[in-house]
Design a protein around this ligand. Sequence first.
Ligand code: AMP
Length: 330
Amino acid sequence: MASFESLRIMNPILKALQKQDYKEPTPMQAQAIPPLLERRDLLGCAQTGTGKTAAFAIPILQHLSQERTPERGRKIKALILSPTRELATQIGESFTAYGAYLGLKNTVIFGGVSQVPQVAKLSAGVDILVATPGRLLDLMGQRRVNLQFVKYFVLDEANRMLDMGFLHDVEKVIAQLPRERQTMLFSATMPAAIEKLTKTLLIDPVKVAVAPVSSTVDTVEQSVYFVNKQNKIPLLIHLLKDRTVVSALVFSRTKHGADKIARKLTQAGIAADVIHSNKSQNARQAALGRFKDGQSRVLVATDIVARGIDIDELSHVINFDLPEVPEAYV
Ligand code: AMP
């Protein structure tokens, strides 16, 4: 079994990993970190839960720490593109955690909220920028973001970028990046459009694939209920009345459905928060925060917004609608 030490990770990062209580690298990390430290490009076929964020964040932090530039002249040297605001926030938190002893700065930008605080952080100078494509293009258009010093570029969740219609925006961002750089692309699936993108984006990449797409993990117990449509909500209420359900994330295919489920649960005396893309960013973060800290027990969410969100000690996931693609279920 590989250890983090054997991957030649620098001490301040090892210390931060210890603080996170990471005992050993995940298979994704064990395979990706060494070639990334050698500055190879990487094509990672991996979904959330494989530890892919640390797999790209650790080498980037280590390189930036070794190539330190003066405090006052901080330039964006690493850019991470993420499809959703929630994932972008999570990635930013990971950089902060793994880089706790390095003194590097990261910031996260996304749409749906005022750009003013984001612009202020950018002008103060950051080393690492995590962004959703739309807001990044906006700020690039306003000349508030300078990408000419980017040496490390990560395209995360490329398949979801495609599903959400962001691929064109992503390509516009890529066109502005310096050619000389290290590029990492992660995708849970390889549709033709992504495969094509990898050919133009990556130079002689190392390929790392872990856990075939659409395989579930053994530690999760699964069950299915066959019910008529009109019985779905009553069944959900019945299941959630069971107090052994410590926390439950309920997925709905549509925003309308999510609102309806939350309303019916609340009427039945089960307090439920709801998040989807029609809710304001602040409301979404607040609801997610309450759920993550255990203040609320039930969170109803649409797939698009909440898949891939990482919640410690989640006891139950309920797919109210049959997911349309296997990876979404996994
Ligand atoms: P990710 O696939 O990057 O979204 O990571 C999924 C979860 O695994 C996150 O909660 C990480 O904090 C956690 N994690 C990542 N690497 C490790 C590790 N080596 N040991 C334990 N937990 C980890």
